[in-house]
Design a protein around this ligand. Structure first.
Ligand SMILES: O=c1ccn([C@H]2C[C@H](O)[C@@H](COP(=O)(O)OP(=O)(O)OP(=O)(O)O)O2)c(=O)[nH]1
Ligand SMILES: [Mg+2]
Length: 174
């Protein structure tokens, strides 16, 4: 039996085994992701601040959305995510708050095996005002995460939990 303090020390020094490429100059937080510029005139997606979770995606075309209208907007980039990762396309809160701009399928899912152009399915939720977007505008943000793949095992009954089948407001609300 290893004492808890010693066990924690052991856990801390054991290197995590991973075959995901990492930039040796950028510390362990940065994952290297290959990106193809399908529209070389546009800057690459970028993080606005250190520590940001999302890299801003740019519109590769002008687009006008009438109230309630949606549109599939090209971003001019394709990526090759390392296996075991996903890129999620999230709305930008500023555009949502100011203009009612969101994403129909939020968050959009970019699979590790996808090599096509990343596109953003925008929607104008404003009931009155159209939204005019210009090529180069930052329209969404890409959050890259590790992801698990499940092996689904069929069983007759699931394990018991405190929540059980309660949901959809089972704990109350306002
Ligand atoms: O907002 C999005 C959502 C998806 N994709 C691309 C990447 C993703 O890997 C692929 C398929 O997306 P998804 O699985 O969500 O769509 P589907 O309707 O299930 O299509 P498919 O049958 O091709 O999987 O389309 C985007 O570029 N933007
Ligand atoms: Mg799919």
């Amino acid at each position: 039996m290893i004492p808890s303090v010693l066990w924690q020390a052991v856990v801390r020094v054991v290197p995590v085994s991973t075959d995901v490429p990492r930039d040796p100059d950028a510390g362990s937080q940065e994952l290297v992701v290959q990106i193809q510029q399908l529209d070389p005139g546009l800057p690459l997606p970028a993080y606005a601040h250190p520590g940001d979770a999302g890299a801003d995606l740019l519109a590769a075309a002008d687009i006008s959305l009438a109230p309630g209208e949606r549109g599939l907007v090209p971003t001019g980039v394709a990526i090759a995510l390392p296996e075991g990762h996903v890129a999620l396309i999230h709305p930008r809160s500023g555009l949502a708050a100011r203009h009612g701009l969101s994403i129909v399928n939020t968050p959009g899912t970019v699979d590790a095996g996808y090599r096509g152009e990343i596109k953003v399915l925008l929607i104008n939720h404003d009931p009155v005002e159209p939204i005019e977007l210009k090529r180069g505008d930052r329209i969404a943000q890409l959050v890259i995460q590790r992801v698990e793949r499940a092996r689904f095992v069929a069983v007759d009954a699931l394990t018991d939990t405190a929540r059980g089948a309660g949901g959809y407001g089972s704990t109350g609300g306002f």
